[in-house]
Design a protein around this ligand. Sequence first.
Ligand code: FES
Ligand code: FES
Length: 152
Amino acid sequence: MQLTVNKKTHEIDVEPEMPLLWVLRDELGITGPKFGCGVGFCGACTVHVGGVAMRSCSVPVGSVKGLVTTIEGLGNPKALHAVQAAWVEHQVAQCGYCQSGQIMTAAAFLSSVRNPTDQQIDDAMSANLCRCGTYPRIRLALKTAAQKLKGG
Ligand code: FES
Ligand code: FES
């Protein structure tokens, strides 16, 4: 079957039930999405499928319709996505393990909500778990990114 990830199309020979996360990490060597809980609970594995944030550990690859974007394809070192740049500016990451999932959730959220309130940010991000407790910096960075995306 074919799978397009970060604008590159791959031919993969796997069972359709295989979770997308397994395919990304083990078949394609794309390691930005992390294995946390493996059951859709923590958000460490979050990627975009057709622009929507999804938990790749819980998505069978055979059901994937649309382009897959991982943190590696969100921006690049020379042209960071606004969310990535804001994460750097606010030094959000601590151990870093949850952060690619956090950033992918944040980027999808800001593509539909341009002027988020604290409550909207907390609601959008609360299901992405961070054992290091980076939530206050996540909120700050999201606000900075929202401003930048609005052209501010
Ligand atoms: S690893 Fe996918 S939600 Fe935890
Ligand atoms: S930065 Fe360590 S788990 Fe979130």
